[in-house]
Design a binder for this molecule. Structure first.
Ligand SMILES: [Zn+2]
Length: 377
């Protein structure tokens, strides 16, 4: 007998299937006759995908500058897994790990290569804080929690150090089995060409559609040759919307030239969640629908692509044996003006609305869902 059976779930390819869960895993997907302890009939009226994964968030509640609660940006908005992108370094990762054990949302971390993490804006300005041995020890203590490294390579963060922190990050990556390295790009120096040329397969460029001078497009609107070569080597592009890092104009131009994101992520924390322009991962996903990506493409960016990019081997797919993490959502016809980080606007006709989520086999209503549906989990 299954623990939970969702009948007539609409998948993003518009087929309708039953999904059975048992012992925290997906047990079967298809036409299912067996009984379950609990059955919820969705009547084909709402979509179900693998649980959404936000590849770039900030949820260390004690960070003085970028903080939030994991469940406020996670399960309450239909996101079942979040990856904190460098809020903590080796000094605070133990504390962060223990705090996140309380959360319903599954939380992982990209370890900041600076041992002090985000206690200030310029965590890479003092090379003494980039301590390879401290990084190695932190990864040894938390091999399942730390899924990669984070290096913020923009002028306000690195100070006078230029490209040197990235050179150190690549060496740390090599010492630790080649785990994913997420590199934030922003204002130069260092120049994006110098960054891109150093990245290798599996590295992730976040804030990929930022509108700053260090953007991925040349002044003529073409993709920089260094970024083209990086993508050909297997470097991945992550959105990382954030307060200052998504330009609709850059995203539209890049996507129309075939430069799609591998992952759509929010770079959310309490201030840009409450005051915008981020609000939620669903809001960021709706922006990419409005730009012209298809629903299956957008969902792929927060499920299979996100899991692949961060080596989350039991997540991201609606298939037997994967974690019983699901997101239930609708595509609601609701003309809305959406705003990017440059204060440019875009007319959207439809919005993604998360209604409920299942995390490790257990159902939860979302903030937006409770008002409309009452799934009996
Ligand atoms: Zn960030």
């Amino acid at each position: 007998m299954f623990d939970l059976l969702l009948r007539q779930a609409r998948l993003v390819d518009d087929t309708v299937r039953d999904i059975a869960l048992k012992d925290g895993k997906i047990a079967a997907v298809g036409d299912i006759d067996d009984l379950a302890r609990k059955t919820v009939d969705l009547r084909g009226e709402c979509y179900v995908s693998a649980g959404w994964i936000d590849s770039h968030v900030h949820c260390y509640p004690k960070s003085p500058i970028y903080h939030d609660e994991p469940d406020s940006i996670g399960i309450a908005t239909g996101v079942t897994t979040v990856i904190d992108a460098g809020s903590t370094g080796a000094d605070d990762i133990d504390d962060f790990y223990s705090l996140t054990r309380e959360a319903v949302t599954d939380v992982y971390a990209l370890l900041n290569i600076s041992r002090v993490g985000l206690i200030a804006q310029n965590e890479l300005a003092n090379m003494a804080n980039i301590d390879g041995e401290a990084v190695n020890q932190a990864i040894k203590r938390h091999p399942d929690f730390i899924v990669g490294l984070k290096a913020r390579m923009s002028s306000s963060v690195v100070g006078e150090n230029g490209i040197t922190p990235l050179v150190r990050a690549k060496a740390m990556q090599q010492e630790n089995g080649g785990l994913p390295l997420m590199v934030h790009i922003g204002n130069n120096p260092p120049d994006l060409d110098d960054i891109a040329e150093r990245l290798t397969a599996g590295d992730i460029i976040t804030h990929c559609y930022n509108g700053k001078p260090n953007r991925i497009l040349t002044p003529g609107g073409e993709l920089r040759a260094s970024v083209t070569r990086a993508i050909q080597r297997g470097v991945r592009l992550d959105v990382g919307h954030g307060t200052a890092s998504l330009s609709f104009a850059v995203a539209r131009r890049a996507i129309s030239a075939g430069i799609l994101p591998h992952t759509i992520s929010s770079d959310i924390y309490c201030r840009n969640r409450i005051n915008g322009p981020v609000y939620s991962l669903a809001n960021v996903m709706s922006k990419f629908l409005a730009i012209g990506m298809s629903l299956p493409q957008v969902i792929e960016c927060v499920t299979a692509n996100a899991a692949d990019g961060l080596n989350l081997k039991t997540k991201g797919r609606l298939a037997p044996g994967f974690d019983a993490d699901l997101t239930l959502f609708t595509l609601q016809r609701q003309p809305t003006v959406l705003v990017d980080a440059e204060n440019d606007s875009l007319q959207a006709e439809e919005l993604l609305v998360p209604l409920a989520a299942v995390r490790a086999g257990k159902g939860y209503m979302t903030e937006q869902g409770s008002a409309k549906y009452a799934f009996d989990f």
